[in-house]
Design a protein around this ligand. Structure first.
Ligand code: PLP
Length: 457
């Protein structure tokens, strides 16, 4: 027998009750949150798909590691467990813990010196772009054309456009601080980059004497897609594929809150001694001593276990199948989606769903708010609120796409949660013609999406 149903490869022995609200409560709470779901409280949310970052469930083995974590300030055994695990997986010479991905980015770009220079990426994640720009650099996105077309079924829409990459490398010379591949490509729909593309991008960066880095937040999901979709890779394990991808790079930043399977943590890993020395000096200034990097010893211990669990083929098969399950259900209803199904989230194309709203009416925000009002489900806009730019005296410069991301916490929700979710979204889809636009009332100059206050137009 070979059942078609992919089951959760774990059983549950600790539960957390969900919180339920009435439609009236949801209307009040959303207004109180200035129509920005980021400003809602968790007790007002039934299913939270805001992010897959730090929201997953740890395993029994990780909780056991928490209990034996070594809280020694310098030289913690938990650090050495983590270092050895990371070294075995990635081959990196220098393993530097940080409290999360964005601090790794800030330290890396500070040490590389991006001021007046550029970083060439498939697509910069929002904190990555913000760190490059804050340090005076230019973040240039060079994802392939298919990556910007929500309906393209290209299997590797996170690939970088190699011709444009070479053009920028040729023209930029020393002004190119590094080439950076985000795997999977979070802002572009959780789409993977192929091994072939990663090999070629690494070779191009090195041909022009530029370092090649990964933003490796979802390295295991990317490895699974390579295993599933790339010709010739079906016989290789995700662990083996991930090892090769890391070996192509000179280092990586990583938010361990994703494929580290932990609630907090990050890594900055490097091969170059001088870069690592500079990074450790900054780390001591801003994060902590190099054997803990802003984390407790128990966090390092849980991460060491998480990094071993995440490449388990049973886990990855379930992970990708559970996202695809919602994707297929919504696709069957006619909801416009980013195709094909991504690694950690389903992305709804809010611009296509709401043709009556212009980018500056924030269709993604509108869809998030409709989904919350319908069922207390929280998603996040990835569109003009997040990536648009205010322009004096005119409408905001729009983002490339107006998406709503429904991100799946790891090992947290079951198949019946997803069935319920699909019913909520079906109702929102039915009354799509009446969704209102929104306008920004208050915003901050950096990462405005997190704190902006809005009102319906
Ligand atoms: C989450 C994420 C980051 C930032 O990491 P934090 O741990 O949230 O600081 C960077 N890049 C990608 C691709 C991410 O998904």
């Amino acid at each position: 027998m070979d059942p078609k149903t992919v089951i959760e490869p774990f059983r549950i022995r600790m539960v957390e009750p969900l919180s339920f609200t009435t439609p009236t409560q949801r209307r009040e709470r959303l207004q109180g949150a200035h129509y920005n779901p980021f400003l809602l409280r968790s007790r007002d949310i039934t299913i939270d798909l805001l992010t897959d970052s730090g929201t997953g469930a740890m395993s029994a083995a990780q909780w056991a590691a928490i209990m034996t974590g070594d809280e020694t300030y310098a030289g913690s055994e938990s650090y050495y467990q983590l270092r050895d695990t990371v070294h075995a997986l990635t081959g990196m010479k220098h393993v530097i813990p940080t409290h999360q991905g964005r601090s790794s980015e800030h330290i890396l770009f500070s040490v590389l010196g991006v001021k007046g220079r550029c970083v060439l990426a498939n697509t910069h994640f929002d904190t990555t772009r913000a760190n490059v720009e804050y340090l005076g650099g230019e973040a240039i996105d060079l994802v392939i054309e298919e990556g910007l077309n929500p309906r393209s079924e290209h299997p590797f829409k996170g690939n970088i456009d190699l011709a444009r990459l070479e053009h920028h490398l040729q023209r930029g010379g020393d002004d190119v601080a590094c080439v950076l591949m985000t795997v999977t490509n979070n802002s572009g729909g959780g789409q993977p980059a192929s091994l072939e593309n990663l090999r070629a991008a690494s070779a191009l960066a090195h041909k022009y004497g530029r370092p090649f880095f990964l933003d490796a937040a979802r390295f295991a999901e990317n490895a699974w897609f390579i295993h599933e979709r790339e010709p010739g890779q079906q016989q290789r394990t995700p662990h083996d594929i991930a090892q090769e991808v890391f070996s192509l790079s000179d280092g990586f930043t990583m938010s361990a809150k994703k494929d580290g399977l932990v609630n907090i943590g990050g890594l900055l890993c490097l091969n170059d001694d001088a870069t690592a020395e500079g990074a450790r000096s900054l780390l001591i200034l801003t994060e902590g001593y190099p054997t803990y990097g802003g984390l407790a010893g128990r966090d390092l211990a849980a991460l060491a276990v998480g990094l071993q669990e995440v490449t388990d083929p049973q886990y990855l098969k379930y992970r990708i199948a559970s996202v695809r399950y919602l994707h297929n259900k919504l696709d069957a209803l006619g909801v416009p989606l980013v195709h094909p199904s991504g690694g950690h989230a389903v992305y709804i194309d809010a611009a296509a769903l709401y043709p009556h709203l212009r980018p500056w009416d924030l269709p993604g925000v509108s869809l998030c708010n409709e989904i919350y009002l319908e069922g207390g489900v929280r998603g996040v806009e990835i569109g003009t609120l997040m990536f648009g730019r205010p322009v004096d005296g005119a409408h905001d410069k729009p983002a490339a796409m107006e998406l709503v991301r429904l991100a799946f916490p790891r090992r947290t929700y079951s198949q019946s949660h997803v069935d319920w979710l699909a019913e909520i979204i079906a109702d929102v889809y039915q009354r799509r013609d009446s969704a209102p636009g929104y306008r920004i009332v208050r915003q901050s100059p950096v990462l405005r999406a997190f704190t902006a206050e809005l009102e319906p137009v």
